[in-house]
Ligand binder design. Structure first.
Ligand code: AMP
Ligand code: GLY
Length: 427
């Protein structure tokens, strides 16, 4: 097979991890990252391209000019807006679901109704566009609830109310005050589940799937799972899940989801990410995402023993060979270094020091997230989550020690991170 050129869309830690792993493939000649970050700017085989992730005409023109053989899409926004459909119409293969299949993430009301149609284990729920009807349901519900904006809200659309007035305020904010924009004009009120959370991701080709190691994210900003939710302050893999539990997840959740989407004429190609709660009654779906997780990808890809390009290419062409997807018997852990103020308004433009020393650590890779190169070639902060300091080892304890040792060598003004990623007390 001739070597391929890849166009990768996105600019976070997830995309740096994808670029790094794709660059290891002997089948990949070059990776164009649009728009990328300082990490992808310096990665082997990679070139950043200053194009926006939803500017289809410019991206398609660029992909044609450069002879791109595969487009890989990181974030949910371009997927939900139809990136894969646009590239397909232009005859360019792209890895990811179509807009219709991406509704599994882009509309929580669609996702819950879909799960109900196929008997996929889920909390009790109801969807509303009318405030009075939502309020009446809330008053009647004899279970603790979670309120969700149905549309994409960058991880901020889920409210787990501590008291009844908070639930009412959330409904008002979404349905009356329009504070979540179109995303909040429909809400899902659902039963609050109890248990341990786990992220299970699978490569899918429309019909078949290959499971990735289970991962655990740490969403709250402060140690001990306190403070507001973030995009994710760290992760590790594999998360505890024995063979029987994994088989249950595939048989009751992932496989029926793939079969249902195919039966409805919207076969799912791409990464299907199931956010699950391990309840006393078995695993139940908190949410589906239509893409790789961030920072889950940073801990999953270092464990992949197979060629990532082959897997993504096979999925995009409907020919995944699950038996060819193999994993190292090892563990990986990632700690996110965030900017002062994150997850609220945060600083940017600060110089990051110590990156070379961190890169020299054994079993460590510093994935960049919100970073940029200045005119003098210095790396500066440019986002809320700045670095995803990742390490791997024989077991979680070794990966954890290596990640925190590497973290102690990097610094920027106001940097903060959690010191309890991958410890028993955190989740
Ligand atoms: P989501 O974006 O839907 O995964 O929600 C973000 C976070 O909210 C999840 O990771 C859970 O911690 C929490 N959450 C969402 N739905 C529920 C639920 N039904 N019960 C309990 N917690 C939930
Ligand atoms: N880490 C959570 C997500 O990617 O949605």
């Amino acid at each position: 097979m001739p070597m391929s050129r890849v166009l990768l869309l996105g600019s976070g830690g997830r995309e740096h991890a994808l670029a790094w792993k794709l660059a290891q493939s002997p089948q990949v000649e070059r990776i164009f990252v649009a728009p990328g970050n300082a990490g992808t700017a310096c990665e082997a085989k990679c070139v950043n391209v200053g194009l926006a992730v939803t500017d289809w005409p410019a991206l398609i023109r660029f992909a044609r000019e450069q002879g791109v053989g595969l487009v890989v899409i990181g974030p949910e926004d371009p997927l939900a807006a139809g990136a894969v459909d646009a590239f397909a119409a232009a005859g360019i293969p792209a890895f990811g679901p179509t807009a219709a299949a991406a509704r599994i993430e882009a509309s929580k009301a669609f996702a819950r109704a879909f799960m109900a149609r196929y008997g996929i284990p889920s909390p009790r729920y109801q969807a509303f566009t009318d405030y009075d009807a939502a309020l009446a349901f809330l008053r009647r519900a004899d279970f603790p609830v979670v309120i969700k904006a149905s549309g994409l809200a960058a991880g901020k659309g889920v409210i787990v109310p501590a008291a009844a007035d908070e639930a009412v305020a959330a409904l008002r904010a979404m349905l009356i005050e329009d504070r979540f924009g179109p995303a909040g004009r429909e809400v899902v009120i659902e039963e609050r589940l109890e248990g341990r959370e786990v992220s299970v991701l699978a490569f899918c080709d429309g019909e078949r799937l290959a499971l990735m190691p289970a991962a655990q994210d740490h969403k709250r900003v402060y140690e001990g799972d306190r403070g507001p939710n973030t995009g994710g302050m760290g992760a590790f893999a594999p998360a505890p899940a024995d063979e029987t539990l994994l088989e249950t997840m595939v048989a009751t959740i992932l496989q029926p989801t793939l079969a249902g989407l195919a039966a409805e004429g919207t076969p799912y190609r791409g990464v299907l990410y199931a956010g699950l709660m391990l309840t006393a009654a078995g695993p139940k779906v908190l949410e589906f995402n239509c893409r790789f997780g961030d920072p889950e990808t940073q801990v999953i890809l270092p464990l992949l023993a197979s060629d990532l390009f082959t897997i993504l290419h096979d999925c995009a062409h409907g020919g995944l060979r699950p038996e060819t997807v193999r994993w190292h018997a090892a563990a990986a852990l990632c700690v996110v270094a965030a900017a002062a103020g994150y997850p609220g308004a945060y600083d940017r433009g600060d110089v990051i020091v110590g990156l070379e020393a961190a890169a020299a650590c054994v079993g460590v890779k510093i994935f960049h997230a919100g970073t940029t190169l200045d005119a003098d070639g210095r790396v500066r902060t440019a986002g809320g989550r700045v670095l995803a300091v990742t390490a791997w080892g024989d077991d979680l304890a070794q990966a954890r020690t290596r990640a925190y040792d590497a973290m102690s060598t990097v610094a920027f003004r106001g940097m903060h991170y959690r010191r309890d990623i991958g410890t028993r007390s955190s989740s």
